[in-house]
Design a protein around this ligand. Structure first.
Ligand code: 6R9
Length: 687
């Protein structure tokens, strides 16, 4: 077999990370570690959490069950898949995966339908239970949808799809905001075996048509308009533009989310009318466990977006089990994942995870700051949310607004505070825990990806008294065997190690291909480190075996031969009292190879001069990290170029830092493209 060339950025993974080591010497880390080691390490397993394993008498603690999940995956996942899901036909083999070839097959020969699992099987006992709470843009205008009502919507919609010629295996693009009709559209596809491809409704027409074309989708489901943050957004206009560039489209279902007439085109079908004319009963199609359930394009901050594809049995099992045990969800609780359904977080923890567990899930379709910065907390009080799951970027934004926005609302319903999407810095972690949660709720930093299907690292998977250390996802979920590898592909061992974060053993939530490009799937995830799934992230393993994400491997800087995670520098500067948010990139430096360029957003009320704050920031980096970790250039900016899912598009920051702004590439997926020009203008002032 030919030797494979490692991607260029992997050459940066070498040796222990000196900077991170220094960070570990800080007081807050030492205190946390001390607390951890002075407490009991093994934690008793909650016996009610896993009735499937009652008969196994040798399971005494969480660690025993984790060990079982790795050593006997057939037993572990086989039992859970059978007891947590309803199968039309039982599977004969739990898995047939080969990590050396990127071959993924789960629950072979099993037949299953996702909508039956999310809805039908709850109807007899829980038909009148609230399935969805639609938190609309105006506070107080929420709508409640029961499982019975959702069932009728899904049946009529799936029958509508069939009536108009959509068949099993067809790709259906869904361009809708987080709303009951969007959830119904996803589940209607699954009922008839069509593959949904949800495209975030904030994406441009160009981004939408790129995804429609890649999937060769013949059907689009959209709405006339939506209102978000008090502003009306004309979704149909984007769809019209996209469809004009996508000859594969044969039909466009248009739902009237806002009561206003719009111009209908030749391919358009009014969805309400079509649904009212369709039967309220639609026979579900039994799908093969390894048929495609959905595809979802990754954020596309680099290269052409990838249509990450998930299959039925594996994904559904993993979504159901992680939802229940990561958040320790109890029947009757209200789960408030504030992500949009356009992202994997919305798929797994707004739609599939909650509905598979018969939970009540919130569909949040406003912004974090509409009508003011208290919106999240007012929503928690009004809806009595028990589990809140959001992103660090939102937390940092709200932290900046001040505590009074939080404390004026009653948050006593909150039991778990989850977080996902990027590293949760210490300041945001502490604020979430102490101010939002009043020190009464667990803060759960969860690490996972579109490709992993569900949460892989999480502090407390049904593991009651387990210690939670600040700002890291810590422990692997059941069945997840994380490994750190160096540039040569050698495992970095020990409890104080840094490397490329890979996963050694198959787990049910893993994606099985990139739609239409299986080679790219293998090249991206399975070739960099033969025999392992490569996440693209770096991680540090702390004493106790706890994982902390150091950031994307492609965001690692090499300054004077020292490796520095941009996230590490950002974390330190985020702690400065005047700073709201930071982003660090590398730029070509004559002497050091790579220099550090820091973009800083200050809090609103700051009165100190830029000079004074710059000096303090450099001092902070020097004292907390190392002398070489001080930014060479600091640019104060009113905002950062963020994708609509809140990820900073560092590619743009790198180009501005390199003074190379002629070709910034596609910026249409940014939440606010105008910020780019402001950053360029400020940059010119700095030089
Ligand atoms: C679920 C989701 C995946 C990338 C991932 C990593 C970053 C996610 C994180 C985190 C640090 C966490 N990421 N969770 N980084 N700590 N808890 O976000 O999926 O949109 O595919 O992004 O997000 O870099 O590789 P996705």
């Amino acid at each position: 077999m030919a030797t494979l060339k490692l991607p260029v950025f992997l050459s940066k993974v070498r040796g222990p990370n000196a900077t991170l080591q220094k960070l570990l010497q800080t007081k807050s880390f030492k205190n946390a570690l001390h607390k951890h080691f002075s407490s009991k390490n093994a934690t008793p397993i909650s016996t009610t959490a896993f009735p499937e394993f009652d008969s196994l008498t040798n399971l005494n603690c969480h660690e025993d069950l984790y060990k079982l999940s790795l050593e006997r995956p057939e037993l572990f996942w086989g039992k859970l898949a059978r007891s947590r899901l309803k199968w039309e036909k039982d599977f004969h083999t739990v898995q047939d995966c080969d990590m050396t070839q990127g071959k993924v097959n789960w629950f072979l020969d099993g037949k299953i339908n996702a909508s039956v699992n999310c809805i039908d099987r709850h109807l007899v006992k829980y038909g009148d239970r609230i399935a969805l709470i639609w938190e609309k843009d105006e506070p107080g205008s929420q709508e409640y949808i029961t499982y019975k009502q959702l069932s009728e919507m899904v049946n009529r919609l799936s029958q509508t799809l069939l009536n108009h010629g959509v068949i099993r295996g067809d790709r259906v693009a869904i361009y809708l905001p987080c709303s009951p009709i969007a959830v119904a559209a996803m589940l209607a596809c699954t009922r008839i075996g069509a593959i949904h491809s949800v495209v975030f409704a904030g994406f441009s027409a160009e981004a939408l048509s790129g995804r429609i074309l890649d999937a060769q989708a013949e059907t689009v489901i959209t709405a006339n308009e939506e209102i978000r943050g008090g502003k009306t957004i004309n979704l149909k206009k984007h769809v019209d533009e996209a469809v004009a560039k996508s000859p594969c489209v044969k039909r466009v279902f248009v739902y009237k989310l806002i009561d206003r007439e719009i111009k209908m085109n030749k391919l358009d079908i009014p969805l309400e009318k079509a649904m009212s004319e369709s039967s309220s009963k639609c026979q579900p199609t039994a799908m093969d466990s390894n048929d495609c359930l959905f595809m979802l394009y990754t954020s596309g901050s680099t290269g052409k977006p990838k249509g990450v594809a998930h299959s039925h049995g594996g994904y559904l099992t993993y979504a159901a089990v992680t939802f229940k045990h990561v958040f320790d969800y109890n029947e009757g609780e209200i789960f408030g994942c504030l992500a949009d359904i356009g992202w994997i977080t919305g798929h797994s923890y707004v739609v599939y995870g909650p509905l598979l567990n018969g939970a009540t899930t919130v569909l949040y379709s406003s912004t974090p700051t509409y009508p003011d910065q208290g919106r999240y907390w007012e929503t928690v009080e009004r809806l009595k949310i028990n589990h809140l799951y959001t992103a660090p970027t939102a937390l940092r934004l709200l932290l900046k607004a001040g505590d009074s926005w939080v404390t004026k609302y009653d948050r006593s319903s909150l039991r778990k505070l989850g977080c996902v999407g990027e590293p949760l810095n210490h300041e945001a972690f502490e604020w979430y825990r102490d101010v939002v949660g009043e020190n009464k709720s667990d803060v759960i930093d969860t690490w996972w990806q579109t490709e992993t299907g569900g949460i892989c690292l999480t502090p407390r998977p049904s593991n009651p008294g387990a210690e939670i250390l600040p700002a890291m996802p810590m422990r692997p979920f059941f069945g997840i065997d994380p490994v750190l590898l160096d540039a040569e592909g050698k495992e970095v061992v020990g409890d104080d190690a840094t490397g490329a974060l890979c996963i050694r053993k198959p787990w049910p939530g893993m994606a099985y291909t990139i739609y239409g490009d299986h080679n790219r799937f293998i090249e991206t995830y399975y070739q960099p480190f033969k025999g392992f799934y490569f996440s693209g992230d770096g991680a540090h393993r702390h004493p106790g075996g706890y994982y902390q994400i150091t950031g994307r491997m492609d965001d690692v800087l090499n300054v004077s031969g020292h490796r520095l995670g941009t996230g590490e520098i950002e974390n330190v500067m985020d702690d400065h009292p005047a700073v709201a948010e930071t982003a660090v990139v590398g730029f070509e430096h004559d002497i050091k190879g790579e220099g550090i360029y820091a973009y800083i957003i200050l809090k609103d009320e700051v009165t100190d001069t830029f000079e004074k704050i710059s000096k303090e920031l450099r001092e902070l980096c020097k004292s907390r990290l190392a002398s070489y970790a001080q930014p060479d250039i600091i640019q104060f900016t009113p905002g950062l170029p963020k994708t609509r899912s809140g990820k900073i598009m560092r590619r743009i920051l790198r180009k501005v830092a390199a003074n190379n702004t002629d070709d910034l590439g596609d910026i249409s997926t940014l939440a606010d493209p105008s910020i780019v020009q402001e950053i360029i203008n400020n940059h010119q002032k700095i030089i």
